[in-house]
Design a binder for this molecule. Structure first.
Ligand code: SF4
Length: 359
């Protein structure tokens, strides 16, 4: 058995660590690139969202590398994600790949579903080994996210643009290579220190822009044309509530115990949207309402044809809590130059708005 999985930001790093510790043979496809997208677009129904197309591209590339057991996230929510794995499996079979898609039902079986899946992939490894491998994978995920939070702050004020990104790329690589807790801790501390020592341009109050929207396009820089780095180049500090380590902590451990981290967002959205509309649409509205006073503006990332985010997009302009929102629809037609023009104009507007307010 050879296991493959699609990308979502740096998610492959903790999974790789788990596979290695349990002796699972794996094939991680190349990070998202133009070929991945072309493969996904070519073999997907046209109207599907970019998460479907890119993950299909990844799965095809993993199958090309010999993977026969492919992991794919699924769920029982309102959006189309619930049937993606089945459709993708059918497409792969039609293309002649003899693969099985294992669906990771995050909405239903949570932590135990994930552990059960790992047990099966590891050919029934003892639970102690599985838990230990899982813990190490989680430690890598936490380290990645802690460093990325620092990167978001440094990008906005670095003197030499690109320094934080270079350090981040090296940190990601070092975390990937780390094979014990001590090395991991050292990498985390070293890189946070190095990021904090990056030369700054003296701007102590950069513009703050929140990033919200659908989880996949938030976490996958290839899908959003690396909008966070581009905002950093414009001197903007990005605030994103959603990080994979947090999401995992709540989805797998705390939600089953009744702790709902999204309750605050849902309460905030309630006057405008009274129910879950699938995906992350309810949370997107809640974030706008909740953070209207904390941010200078909000960028709302929505995959083209994503019903939950289209609902959120249409509600956002009519909330009482006023803050400029720029919705960016992500799909294979999105061009970098178009996105840059829009965010430059948006940042310009936010700068002027802040100057007027400070007069
Ligand atoms: S939330 Fe939207 S983009 Fe994400 S899987 Fe569902 S329909 Fe697609």
């Amino acid at each position: 058995m050879r296991v493959g999985m699609p990308h979502a930001g740096n998610l492959y790093i903790p999974f790789k660590a788990i596979f290695q510790r349990l002796g699972i043979d794996y094939a991680i496809p190349p990070v998202n690139n133009q070929r991945t997208l072309s493969l996904g677009v070519k073999h997907s129904p046209e109207g599907l969202c970019i998460p479907f197309k890119l993950t299909l591209g990844n799965l095809i590339e993993a199958a090309e590398m010999g993977a026969d057991t492919l992991l794919m996230i699924g769920g029982s929510g309102i959006c189309r994600l619930g049937y993606y794995a089945k459709v993708q499996e059918q497409i792969l079979h039609d293309l002649g790949y003899d693969v099985e898609l294992v669906q990771l039902g995050v909405s239903e079986r949570k932590f135990f579903g994930l552990l059960g899946m790992i047990k099966r992939l590891s050919n029934n490894a003892p639970w102690t080994r599985i838990i230990s491998a899982f813990r190490f994978g989680m430690a890598k995920l936490n380290a990645l996210d802690k460093i990325e939070r620092t990167v978001q702050k440094v990008r906005a004020v670095e003197l030499e643009k690109g320094s934080a990104n270079q350090l981040f790329a090296r940190a990601v690589n070092a975390i990937d290579q780390a094979d014990d807790y001590k090395t991991l801790k050292k990498v985390q501390t070293d890189y946070i220190e190095r990021l904090n020592q990056v030369n700054r341009n003296g701007n102590n109050r950069p513009l703050i822009v929140g990033i919200t929207g659908e989880i996949y396009v938030l976490l996958e820089p290839f899908a959003n044309l690396d909008v966070e780095s581009e905002l950093g180049k414009l001197g903007v500090e990005v605030r994103r509530m959603l990080f994979l380590s947090e999401w995992t902590k709540f989805s797998f451990f705390l939600n089953p115990l009744g702790v709902d981290e999204k309750a605050r967002l849902h309460r905030a959205a309630l006057p405008y949207l009274k129910r879950d509309v699938g995906g992350d649409g309810w949370e997107s509205v809640g974030e706008k309402v909740l953070h209207a006073k904390d941010y200078d503006g909000l960028i709302h990332l929505a995959p083209f044809t994503c019903m939950p985010e289209v609902i959120a997009q249409n509600i956002m302009p009519s909330t009482r809590e006023s803050i400029p929102v720029l919705t960016i629809l992500c799909d294979e037609q999105m061009a970098k130059s178009g996105m840059l023009t829009r965010i430059e104009a948006f940042v310009d507007l936010l700068g002027r708005r802040r100057r007027v307010r400070n007069k």
